[in-house]
Design a protein around this ligand. Structure first.
Ligand code: AMP
Ligand code: GLY
Length: 425
């Protein structure tokens, strides 16, 4: 079987790494991939958003299965395009991916199908948004409606700050067209978790729980990033919470999408805030999380390919997944300046030594080859992932590897996984 993975970050490296282990797979391509991915797949120099060239490639190379990583190709309709040409592709259709592409749409779905989430209003007019904010208490959350690479959310401590944020988003357009509409939302307290599940539009097959670390600095200080590290499982997702997520969030959203004529197939990601055992949805994403996928797939036993195929063919109710009874921790190593403007082209040292370590895998994100060496080529550069008998052991393993890797200006959080230690571990 010939597989194409679309994307070139740490999530795609994890997908390629797992897919490569399938006995059904003879060849893996990745477009555009990165230096690390080139060890398990043939890189194809086509960007993830270049839908027509990706289609030409898949037809010419007789790809049996395409797996989509990032949100943009999904919201642009890559799944619909490939399916219209008879190609098999894993991911949400354009109409289903709107759940991520428009926060206003997602909130409307949650309201209609009684899914727990923060109270909110959507505005297309700046004046209306400001009038509404003046009637609310701070803290308050202001979100650009459209895709903003995970950065379109502003947590405002005061009403004044919220009003300024509306100006930034709707008038100054700091997130571009994503800010045509804004969502003003109640501020939720609690502990966050990421919950991913496979679905064929009817059946739901959850992946192991995980927790991301969005802010750039230790103790959740500083601006938000795409994610500075993740661990799995997330102890905040107890069996009881798990049951609530499935019954109160996943079943109604998947049924609701079907009722709306937007059947959802692929992987759905619910970003949750959990307070006293009750989960509320912060956002839905129409794809695997990055970096959550790295520690989650590291714990997955068995073959991923039959699950992806079952989602496409409506046969997911017959599938199960077994998980390693171990914990995994992924520490993201980033370039100087990230999440702002960052440097590229720095030579990465220590990768060879770490490749000999057991229970450690380094998933590459922003890396490339330069003069035969592996160099930095993005904000998030590596996801160093360790497996251990429990969270403390996995933390130890991951940081042991992190300490062997270096480049000029590297930074990373030193407290990935620490929150889990306050719980049952
Ligand atoms: P989102 O992209 O919607 O997941 O938002 C990014 C981050 O902002 C989340 O991971 C939360 O940490 C935070 N956030 C978003 N919405 C809220 C909310 N209503 N209350 C509190 N924090 C929030
Ligand atoms: N780690 C957050 C995301 O994938 O959206």
């Amino acid at each position: 079987m010939r597989v194409l993975v679309v994307g070139g970050g740490g999530r795609e490296h994890a997908l390629v790494w797992k897919i490569r282990q399938s006995p059904k797979v003879t060849k893996v391509y990745c477009a555009p991939g990165n230096a690390g991915i080139s060890e398990q797949a043939t890189l194809v120099p086509i960007q993830a958003n270049d839908l027509s060239r990706l289609l030409d490639f898949a037809l010419k190379e007789e790809i049996d299965l395409t797996v989509v990583g990032p949100e943009e190709p999904l919201t642009r309709g890559i799944v619909d395009l490939f399916e219209s040409k008879g190609l098999s592709i894993f991911g949400a259709s354009q109409k289903a991916a709107e759940l991520e592409g428009s926060k206003g749409f997602a909130k409307g779905m949650m309201k209609k199908y009684h899914i727990p989430t923060a109270a909110y209003e959507v505005f297309e007019d700046q004046g209306d948004a400001i009038n509404y904010i003046r009637k609310q208490d701070a803290p308050i959350v202001v979100k650009a409606d459209g895709l903003a690479a995970g950065k379109g959310v502003i947590l405002c401590k005061t009403v004044e700050e919220a009003i300024q944020s509306v100006d930034q988003i709707m008038v100054k357009k700091v997130f571009g067209e994503a800010g045509r509409r804004v969502v003003i939302e109640e501020y939720l307290v609690g502990e966050e978790a990421s919950y991913l599940a496979f679905t064929d539009g009817k059946a739901i097959l959850p992946l192991a729980s995980s927790q991301d670390h969005k802010p750039v600095f230790d103790a959740d200080e500083g601006p938000n990033t795409g994610g500075m590290g993740a661990y799995s499982p997330a102890p905040v997702v107890t069996d009881e919470v798990n049951q609530r997520i499935i019954e109160k969030i996943l079943r109604p959203i998947i049924q609701g999408m079907a009722e709306e004529g937007r059947p959802y197939k692929g992987v759905i990601y619910a970003g949750l805030m959990i307070h006293n055992g009750h989960p509320k949805v912060l956002e839905f994403n129409a794809r695997f999380g990055d970096p959550e996928t790295q520690p989650v797939l590291m714990r997955m036993k068995g073959d991923l390919i039959p699950i992806l195929e079952a989602c496409i063919h409506g046969e997911l109710s017959q599938c199960q997944i077994e998980w390693e009874d171990k914990a995994s921790v992924c520490v993201v190593m980033a370039s100087k300046g990230y999440p702002g403007a960052y440097e590229r082209g720095k030579v990465i040292e220590g990768l060879k030594e770490v490749s000999k370590m057991e229970d450690v895998f380094v998933f590459h994100a922003g890396t490339a080859f330069g003069d035969g060496k592996i160099i930095t080529n993005g904000g998030r550069v590596l996801g160093v992932t360790g497996l251990g008998a429990n969270i403390p052991k996995a933390i130890e393993r991951a940081y042991e590897a992190v300490q062997k890797i270096s480049w000029e200006g590297v930074h990373y959080r030193k407290d990935i996984g620490k929150k889990a230690l306050c719980r049952s571990y």
